[in-house]
Design a protein around this ligand. Sequence first.
Ligand SMILES: Nc1ncnc2c1ncn2[C@@H]1O[C@H](COP(=O)(O)OP(=O)(O)OP(=O)(O)O)[C@@H](O)[C@H]1O
Ligand SMILES: [Mg+2]
Length: 453
Amino acid sequence: MRKLLIIDDERAICSSLGFALGKDYAVSTAVNLLEVNHHIENDFFDLILLDLKFGEVSGIDLLEQIGSRAPESIVVMMTAHGTIQTSIEAMKKGAYDYIMKPLEISQLRALLGKALEYKLLKEKIDYLQNEVQRRYSIGGIIGNSKKMRDVFELIQKVKDVDVNIILQGPSGTGKELVAKAIHYEGNRSLARFEAVNCGAIPENLMESELFGYEKGAFTSAGSKKKGKFELAHKGTIFLDEITELALPLQVKLLRAIQQREITPLGSEEVRAVDVRIIAATNKDLKKEVEKGHFREDLYFRLNVISIELPGLEQRKEDIPLLTRHFIDKCNKRIGKSIKGITREALLALEAYDYPGNVRELENILERAAALTDHSFIELDDLPGDISRLVPGKNLLETHNIIPVKLGHSLDDITRLVILKTLEAMEGNRRKTAEVLGISERNLRYKLKEYGEC
Ligand SMILES: Nc1ncnc2c1ncn2[C@@H]1O[C@H](COP(=O)(O)OP(=O)(O)OP(=O)(O)O)[C@@H](O)[C@H]1O
Ligand SMILES: [Mg+2]
C-alpha cells in the first residue's frame, strides 16, 4: 500500500481524512512540527497532503524543507479561500497541485489518484534512466559504441577472476578508469587499490616503492615503510606505464608475482602477498618485448587478459554521450547549470580527431563550460581549430556533398548521413525518413541511439 502523510494543525481534519483515505493509503498524520520531523526522518512517503497555513509556520517554508528532505514525495497543498495566489507560488516551488478547503472527499481522492500516477511515472523514468546509465557505463566509464560495450563485457567477465590484466591503448582513453572499475566492481574492492606510475619514480627508488624497506636499510631510512605490494594485500596494484620499469626491476617484479611473496629492502624476512596486478601502457607491449625493452617472461605473466582501449577517433559515436556526461560533471564541479550543447557545436566536436582522446574532449568541454555565457555550449565556445571544422561550413557540404574520410566505419557513415539529412530537411523527420528510404520509426530509433532526442 502506498504511503500518505497528512500535515494539518487541526487534529479533527487529520483524523477525518485519515478515516476517509485509510482504505486506499497507509495514512500517517502530523499536527505539529515535531511530528512532521519525526515522520519525515523515519519514513518515506509517496504522497504528502500539506496545509498551506500550518499553525504559525508557512506551508511554503515547510514545502521547501520537504523538497530537500523528502524529495521522493509528491506534495499536494490544501488551501483556504483567498490564498490561491500562495498556492500558485507553492506549485512553482514544487508542489504537484492544490485543493480548496472545505475539502470535497471525492475530489480529493481523484486528485491524490492523479498525483500517485505521476509519482509512479516518475519512478519508472528514474528506473529507466538508471538502466540506461548502467548499460552504458561501469564505474563512471561512459560509452555506447560497440567497442566500448565489448570493453564493459570484458570487465564484467574478469572483475572477480584472479588473473593479471594488461590494459593497452593510447593516452587519455581511460586505462586508469578501467583499472579502478575492475577493482571497485570486483571482489577485491574492500582492500586497497594502489597505483604506481612506473614512469614517474626514479629507478633507484622504485624497489622500495614496490616492496618497502626496513629501518636502516639505507642512510635516509629512519623508519620502516611498507611498499605498494603490502599495502595492496588482498587488493589490486595498478602498474601504470609498465614499459618504463627498468629491466632489473622487471626481474624482481616477476619473482614477486611468481612466488607471491616480497622481501622489503634491508630485511631478511620474506612476506606473503596476495595482489592482483593490472598493468597499463600506451605502447605496443609486444613490440617492446621484440626490441628487448621488456622481458618476455614478465610479459606472459602479466598478459593473461589483455584489454584494448580504442582511441576516441575510432568510436566517435560515443561523443554525444561523453559530452552529456562531462557537461553534467562540470555543472556539478563549477556550480553552473549548462543545459547541453548546440547541434552545430556537437557536429564540430564529432569532426575533430582527438590525439589526446577522451581526456582532450573532457578538457575542451571543461574550458567551454567555464567560459560560456549561454545555457547551451555553442560553436564559439569551442577552440578555433575545432569550431572551424563544423561540417556545415565546409565547402563540399555547401554543394550537398557529405565528405567521408577513409577509415570511417560504416556505423560512422550511417550516422553522418542520417544527421546531415535531418539537418538539410530542417529537422522534419517525416521528410528525412522519406529521403533516406527508412521508416520514421526506424529513424526515431536511430536518433535516440545517437542521443539526438
Ligand atoms: N569512457 C570514459 N568515460 C568517462 N570518462 C573518461 C572515459 N575515458 C576517459 N575518461 C576521462 O578522461 C581522463 C583520462 O582518463 P585516464 O586517466 O583513465 O586515461 P589513461 O588511458 O590512463 O591515460 P594516460 O595513458 O595518459 O595515463 C580522465 O579524467 C577520465 O575520467
Ligand atoms: Mg593513465
